[in-house]
Design a protein around this ligand. Sequence first.
Ligand SMILES: Cc1cc2nc3c(=O)[nH]c(=O)nc-3n(C[C@H](O)[C@H](O)[C@H](O)COP(=O)(O)OP(=O)(O)OC[C@H]3O[C@@H](n4cnc5c(N)ncnc54)[C@H](O)[C@@H]3O)c2cc1C
Length: 388
Amino acid sequence: MNPLEHLRWPFFEDRHRDFAAGLETWAAREVRDVHASDVDAQCRGLVRQLGDAGWLRHTVAGTAHGGAADAIDTRMLCLTRETLARHNGLADFAFAMQGLGSGAISLAGTPEQKARWLPRVARGDAIAAFALSEPDAGSDVAALQCAARVEGDHAVLDGEKTWISNGGIADFYVVFARSGEAPGSRGISAFVVEAGMRGLAIAERIDVIAPHPLARLRFTSCRVPLSQRIGAGGEGFKVAMRTLDVFRTSVAAAALGFARRAMEEGLARAASRKMFGHTLADFQLTQARLAQMATTIDSAALLTYRAAWQRDQGENVTRQAAMAKLAATEGAQQVIDAALQLFGGLGVVSGQPVERLYREIRSLRIYEGATEVQQLIIGREVLKEASR
Ligand SMILES: Cc1cc2nc3c(=O)[nH]c(=O)nc-3n(C[C@H](O)[C@H](O)[C@H](O)COP(=O)(O)OP(=O)(O)OC[C@H]3O[C@@H](n4cnc5c(N)ncnc54)[C@H](O)[C@@H]3O)c2cc1C
């Protein structure tokens, strides 16, 4: 299957096609299957490489601040994540986190915050992180408890954040904390907290099945100037949801990239593995498996780029983005599992591409809203539409 075939779809413009072709050449040459044991160092290096090559310009908004355009182009984000994920999962991670970590600043930052951080993010000079989840507030994120008490012209942060990607290597964290203007989600504010500030500590580094920088953060009387608050007090939850709204479709695109790579690996193995006097691909059971994999991939791609295209037209895509994330992440898990099965014992050998993909896909079904959360969103949206 040609991984660029879908670029002919009407969701794209020629600028997307040219961009994707250029990125494909670069990624195949620069990052494909380059893996190191020190993920911190590799991640820093990837941010540098992605910045130097200009790809990170697509993660921030505003040409005046180093962005490729004045608004983040969802199709560019998705094409980048799909391509990078197909070649190297950590490269996709490094790219995505620059966008997610700085997204609140792009969307709601003051001119000073934008001028200070966005050009550095776009060049790869500063590493960004998004700190929303807490030990007791993951799916139910509006229950977060990390406190932000206003004292004069500062907010004083106390509490914990966990599962923070880039935790430990980030130059700044966008932190969401309870400032108490109103109950529940209307009493949360967002702040830029620079690494190294007094009162911010990396409480724990977390090892996961597909290693990447990840940490639990602890805030102890951490004084953040109010000039580093993003948006008005009490607006933080809205800012977080708007940021996730931009990036949720791109998680689907990353899953799509992983699935395409698994398909590529599975096809090559099926065509070359000899058994029972034939090749594995000669058997109808294999062909049925490949047919299911290919159909799952195309369904996920259609849902992903529909959501991206609609968002770029300025439409609300709550339902479409949730459908894309649900179908692409769950589908990719099935495709990767099927590809691994085609490899037999070789599929579970450490370092094999399918074994790596098998570990890499798993957390995409959990973060930025687990599958069950996407189901709830879709259910709520279709009921809302039916009652109109
Ligand atoms: C690798 C990784 C990277 C991450 N990076 C970040 C980051 O950079 N920043 C950040 O803020 N967070 C990050 N997260 C956190 C992530 O967003 C949370 O893990 C996620 O929101 C789920 O929260 P939880 O882990 O507390 O699970 P819980 O909220 O305890 O949920 C457990 C499970 O319950 C199920 N569930 C949830 N809601 C319902 C429901 N209504 N009905 C039935 N079942 C339900 C789902 O299957 C869910 O997986 C990351 C997580 C991982 C794994």
